[in-house]
Every structure is written in C-alpha cells, then in structure tokens.
Design a protein around this ligand. Sequence first.
Ligand code: KG4
Ligand code: ZN
Length: 334
Amino acid sequence: MSPTILAIESSCDDTSAAVISGGKVLANIVATQEVHKQYGGVVPELASRAHQQNIVPVVTQALLTAKITKNDLDAVAFTRGPGLLGALLVGSSFAKAFALGLQLTLIEVNHMQAHILAHFIDEPKPQFPFLCLTVSGGHTQIVLVKDYLQMQVLGQTTDDAVGEAFDKSAKLLGLPYPGGPLLDRTAATGNPDRFTFPIVSMPGYDYSFSGIKTSILYFLRENTTKNPNFIAENLPDICASIQNALIKTLLNKLILAAKETGIRQIAIAGGVSANSGLRKALTEAATKYNWQVYIPDFQYCTDNAAMIAIAAHYKFLQGEFTDQYASPDPRYKL
Ligand code: KG4
Ligand code: ZN
C-alpha cells in the first residue's frame, strides 16, 4: 500500500503541515513564528497561541499544494514529543480531532526520530546501520540507527544542547535571536584560530556545552573591560573561533563513535546541521576517515512536517498506529 498521510509538527516555534504519498513528499508548509524575536527566545505560552492561529491555514495550504482533498487521506500524523507541552497539545489535539472527524488512522511520531528519518525523503539515502549526529536547539545526540524505527542513543549532552550554545553565545555577542544562523554567517569571514575556547571531553560519547558558554562569558567580560569596542572590532574572528570550538567538540566524539563501532556511514540531522562550518568539517572528515556522509537538504534540517510525514510513512507500513487516548510527551525518548 502507498499511504497518503497528512503530518503536523508543532513541538516548538514552527507550525508545519506536510503531505506525503507513497513515501514522496507532495507539500511541506512551515510557518515560523516571528513573535519570539523581541523576547530573545521562545516564549512557550506565545508559541501555543501562535500554533492555534497558524494550524488551520498551514494545513489548508499543505492540502492545496499537494493538490489533494481531505478525502484522499489514509492517515494523520502528529509530533508526540519531545517539545513544549502547550505547543505539542495544539498539534496533537488538531490531529486527533481531524482523524476523528474523517475516521482516519492516527500516527504519533517522535520528533528526534523524525529528524533522523528526514534522510529518507530524498536521495542519496543512508544504508543501515549508520551513525547520526542529531544537533538541535534542544538535543545533541549520537544515535546508532539500526533500521527505520530501531534507534539507540550512544551518547548525548549532559547539559545544554549545541544549538543552545550557539544561540546563547550569539546573545552574549549582542546578535538577535535565533543567533545560531547569524553566528554562522558572521563566522564566514573570520579567523577560527584567532581565539581559543575549551573543547570539553566527557566520558564515553557524551557532551557538555555549558562550560564553553561560561568561558565565552568570562572571555568577553575581560576583553570588553580593556576595550569597550572589542566585540565590534573582532566580531567575525570571535564568531569563527566559537564555532570552531563547538564543531571540534561535536566531531571528536563522532570520530570516536565511528572508530569504536566500525561504522563509516555517517549522517547529521537537526537545526544545527544547517551550520556551514559543521557541513565543511564533516566533508573533510569524510575524506580523512573514508566515511560516506549524509547531510540533509537545508529545508529538512530545521523543524518541518515533511520529516514527521516520512517517519509516519514507515510507521504506517509497520502498522504502528495510535488512538484517541494518545497524549503529548514533552520528554518523549527515542
Ligand atoms: O531542529 P531545530 O529547528 O529545532 C529544535 O528542535 O530545537 O533547531 C533549532 C536550532 C537553533 O538553536 C538554531 O540556532 C540552530 O538550530 N541553527 C543553527 C543554524 N541554523 C539553525 N545553528 C548554527 N548554525 C546554523 N546555520
Ligand atoms: Zn527539531
């Protein structure tokens, strides 16, 4: 069977709906909430309200773009978690009501699993088993992917996620939220070896990013005391040096995991996989360690419903359905 599925993503500050048919994405509409910019971070209550406003137009647009009607659907999928509870409630309640009204099959999806399965939207697709470095605003994990729905977390952050480290560093430099992409762009013309920030090594395959953030804070405090224009005069070099430390930290454990598991199929996923420095470092590591690397298309790196749709497609094929008793889980584990 080639199911046609409507998928909803509402775990954080993007309201998104996608349509997939026979494993092919027909539409992927994303409404990014601008309201959070003025607060320098995502405000959960405002995210829920914006999801509530966006969800009907986004779903309508997805069906129109896919050139189908609701009667063509076999199932509706939603993000169960992890994410913000209020935000997840909007998407899951909408999906449940939609499924109830149209008597459709309901599928719940793990957001982190979906980030990884985004690799199966387009060619080239990784072969099992592969390692996936999942890097987002909420997570930093090295995952052993055994099959579409069989995944094992080998290591993860013990404190901040790397996306958070990017955003918080950018904030310390006075860059507007979300600072990660802006820090990346500013780093492009900077010298990554000009300043040194710590590369923290945790036991096993785990990560820690809170120390880097603190060291950046002290570094800026010390230098701006000596020269109030220090940030303005050195911004590209500071950004490039911070990015360099964060990427080296990520790569060190990934290289270790690849070495110890003997796996040379390596993928990255999640919002931070849009980072140009990380993409470049991974491509260089591929040559050095003889890896086959998989880097998703930009539109499938940050939050989107197409990844929820592809995950739902595989769950549908394996008969993994849920029912009207389903409820969101903000800490839903892989
Ligand atoms: O996966 P995602 O869209 O949402 C979560 O599930 O968290 O990831 C968002 C994170 C943010 O921290 C954002 O700053 C970061 O991804 N990000 C980047 C870049 N693009 C997005 N970080 C560094 N460089 C980028 N180019
Ligand atoms: Zn995400």
